[in-house]
Design a protein around this ligand. Structure first.
Ligand code: GAR
Length: 205
């Protein structure tokens, strides 16, 4: 009998290198308990959509500015999640903060990758390159990445995995961002996805 797999939706906004890491991890067997069924972007021009199409994954675009309220925007995402019978949501460079209304609808079923060692440099206003600018401005010698469950507190949900990355004297926000992605995010996100999917299908049996 075919093994049960958790159906995954990945929410993106930009380049999609973390999405690519997930696609590659599925191909190589690092992720074997889940399958990416849908990629949703809030930006129509996100390169992540091309990555999904190249991998034969269904895509959808839900633009925030097309809706009068956050509720309307989130309901459109919820509808896609339900229509596609998604079990598990991964935020991979998704640059919108989801409301309590949304996160409460999927308890322990949404995870996010954040480019710092939470609780440092996280929460509202800390996203993308800004996180690395803040780490360099503070002068920390070690940073990294965190994968965590998503709840109503931005970057405040239970931590699943973390990986540290050393900061170099000559780092710029851009060099640091690339190294944190390569050494930490692209490694721990697939491992965390596999871990949570394995737990979920255990529970789904
Ligand atoms: C990644 O560094 C991700 O951790 C970060 O944005 C980048 C997206 O890159 N996410 C956040 O800052 C969320 N708070 P990608 O589109 O190439 O995966």
């Amino acid at each position: 009998m075919k093994r049960k797999m958790a159906k995954i939706a990945v929410l993106v906004s930009g380049g999609g290198t973390n999405l690519q890491a997930l696609i590659d991890a599925e191909k190589s067997g690092i992720i074997s308990s889940g399958k990416i069924m849908l990629v949703i972007s809030n930006k129509p021009d996100a390169y992540a959509l091309t990555r999904a199409e190249n991998a034969g994954i269904k895509t959808a675009v839900v633009c925030k500015n097309k809706y009068k309220t956050v509720h309307g925007f989130e309901n459109a995402i919820k509808k896609l999640i339900e229509e596609n019978e998604i079990d598990f949501i991964v935020l991979a460079g998704f640059m919108c903060i989801l409301s309590e209304d949304f996160t409460k609808a999927f308890p322990k079923k949404i995870i996010n990758v954040h480019p710092s060692l939470i609780p440092s440099f996280c929460g509202k206003g800390f996203y993308g390159l800004h996180v690395h600018e803040a780490a360099l401005a503070y002068g920390v010698k070690v940073t990294g990445a965190t994968v965590h469950f998503v709840n109503e507190i931005p970057d405040g949900g239970e931590i699943i995995m973390q990986k540290a990355v050393a900061i170099r004297d000559n780092d710029t926000p851009e060099t640091l961002q690339k190294r944190v992605m390569r050494l930490a995010e692209w490694k721990i996100l697939p491992l965390a996805v596999e871990k949570v999917c394995a737990d979920l299908i255990g529970k789904m049996k």
